[in-house]
Design a protein around this ligand. Structure first.
Ligand code: SAH
Length: 361
């Protein structure tokens, strides 16, 4: 599969317009290569709204392409919610077939802005505490559907003189279960003729697919890897993450060691704090044992309660006590700052409010 961003983008555009491939699309409108480059740059670097507004193209061509339905985005916002403090914007986006996914913009203090994007409609991994996981899997997103979520917020920020500084694959879905499309989206995000986001500013979060972690290590990319660990042992991890029955905690940790040996890059571990499940002192010590002396970083995540109410989040003071145990063991640890709790911040929550039976499709 190609990793050329412009080729990926036009293949998707062509498919959405009903052409067999990008070449057939270009031929139908007699588009020379330089015309394609003009369109691509206007759409993804200048972040122009639509083809009608691409002033470098002849008027007639603009009209023809617009009439034929050429669109610069593969996702349409259906709901946008801004948190009361204005720092978090959550969007629900509709795909051409009616499926819906979520993406979130977080504007931190200073210049830093992070966009969290979805890689699949639904998710096949059924983590017990995750509302997307509970709704089941619908389909993979294309590279352009994934990228279009970031492009939407890039345009929003652009209008306010700001830009995206970070992208995280922490929305709906399992990025490594849609590996090629996610790598294509990374190429689009990174393209200097498009958004131009540095690889170091992109993070892929995985449930822990060992074979894909090995594959990712071979890519030679500076993209960050985050692992949703959430438990320090099979005994606990099996109860909340079904994937652990396929790839055990030991196998997962061994893959992380191979990744560091191969890339010399730090691995980030996410650990969502669930009351009475994975937040005991014993868990903290076991986790410290897994992490100690490695190129690892732990991010403790306060739980966003989901509508089914099956899990409760650990109280803040106990999260800090858990963090202190890791800290004393010399493990670099942070507690994730919570944003947008007043706007259904939990993954999959916004969709579950508008599309309750997505999984039944
Ligand atoms: N499938 C990938 C990425 C999607 S979820 C993965 O598992 O990493 C991104 C992160 O949010 C994961 O660590 C996930 O476990 C966590 N998460 C899911 N539901 C949550 C909730 N209700 N509150 C806090 N974190 C949650």
């Amino acid at each position: 599969m190609t990793r050329d961003p412009q080729a990926i983008w036009f293949a998707d555009v062509a498919a959405r317009l009903g052409f067999a491939d990008a070449a057939a699309f270009a031929q139908a409108f007699e588009l020379k290569p330089y015309r394609l480059t003009q369109i691509y740059r206007a759409a993804n670097k200048e972040l122009v709204e639509s083809v009608e507004a691409v002033t470098t193209l002849p008027k007639e061509l603009r009209a023809t392409l617009a009439e034929r339905g050429l669109a610069f985005t593969a996702v349409e916002p259906v709901v946008l919610q801004r948190s009361r403090d204005g720092k978090t914007t959550k969007g629900l986006f509709r795909l051409h077939d009616g499926n819906e996914v979520e993406a979130v913009l977080m504007e931190h203090k200073g210049e830093r802005t992070t966009v969290c994007i979805s890689s699949q409609a639904g998710c096949a991994f059924a983590c017990a505490f995750c509302s997307t996981g509970q709704a089941g899997f619908t389909r993979n997103l294309t590279s352009v559907e994934i990228f279009s979520q970031a492009r939407f917020f890039a345009r929003d920020l652009h209008a306010r003189g700001k830009r995206i500084t970070n992208v995280v694959f922490m929305g709906m879905g399992e990025p490594f279960h849609n590996y090629d499309a996610v790598m294509g989206a990374v190429a689009l995000l990174n393209d200097p003729h498009g958004l131009g986001l540095g690889h170091r500013h992109i993070t892929i979060s995985t449930v822990g697919l060992v074979d894909k972690i090995d594959r990712f290590a071979e890519e030679g990319l500076q993209v960050n890897l985050a692992i949703s660990l959430h438990a320090p042992s099979d005994a606990v991890r099996n109860t909340i993450m079904p994937v652990n029955r396929k790839f055990s905690t030991d196998e997962l940790m061994a893959a992380c060691e191979r990744y560091v040996a191969k890339t010399n890059r730090k691995v980030f571990f996410e650990y969502v704090m669930l009351e009475g499940v994975n937040d005991t002192e014993a868990c903290a010590h076991d986790l410290a044992d897994l992490m100690r002396g490695k190129l690892y970083h732990v991010n403790l995540i306060p739980y966003n309660t989901t509508p089914d109410g099956a899990f409760a989040g650990t109280a803040d003071d106990r999260i800090w006590a858990f963090a202190a145990i890791l800290d004393r063991a010399g493990v670099p640890t942070t507690v994730r700052h919570n944003m947008g709790r007043d706007i259904s911040a939990a993954c999959g929550q916004l969709r579950s409010e508008t599309q309750p039976k997505a999984h039944a499709r």
